[in-house]
Design a binder for this molecule. Structure first.
Ligand code: ZN
Length: 150
């Protein structure tokens, strides 16, 4: 049961390639289990991040390896037909991601990308723990984490 015509569907998929996909749901469940509070798809932020953790001043993207061109990843291999079309499209995605990251960082956000191929529960949990360990445990205030880091 698809509410979209194929044409609309492809437009929607192009606009929000990672919305509500399996890997993103998995990361959301994981964050919830680890005790992180988050918001979804803040439209007012560059790149409309998949997950926003306001308390940690962090935005999290769950990126598809192909659409966002995960460097060195087999899933990011470019199609061998329509090469010019795909190069143009994928290069544009990569450029847009870079611009969004720069805008977010300039606005004081930290940006974490979880790649689709690393979004299995164990790997994603390790990535999140390593990222947030620098800030202390959830529940600790930023100042508390800074104080305990002395
Ligand atoms: Zn990948």
């Amino acid at each position: 049961m698809d509410v979209y015509t194929p044409q609309e569907r492809s437009r929607v998929m192009a606009a929000v390639p990672s919305a509500d996909t399996g890997p993103e749901l998995r990361v959301r469940r994981l964050l919830h289990r680890l005790g992180y509070r988050f918001r979804l798809h803040r439209r007012d932020l560059p790149g409309r991040p998949d997950i926003v953790l306001p308390k940690w001043r962090t935005v999290l993207f769950v990126h598809g390896c192909f659409w966002h061109q995960h460097a060195g990843c087999p899933r990011a291999a470019r199609p061998t037909s329509n090469v010019a079309f795909w190069d143009r499209k994928l290069d544009r995605n990569v450029r847009r991601d870079q611009e969004n990251r720069r805008s977010l960082e300039e606005a004081g956000w930290r940006v974490l990308v979880i790649w689709e191929c690393q979004a299995d529960e164990a790997t994603a949990e390790r990535t999140l723990r390593e990222f947030f360990d620098r800030w202390g445990e959830p529940g600790a205030s930023a100042t508390g984490a800074a104080a305990s880091g002395r």
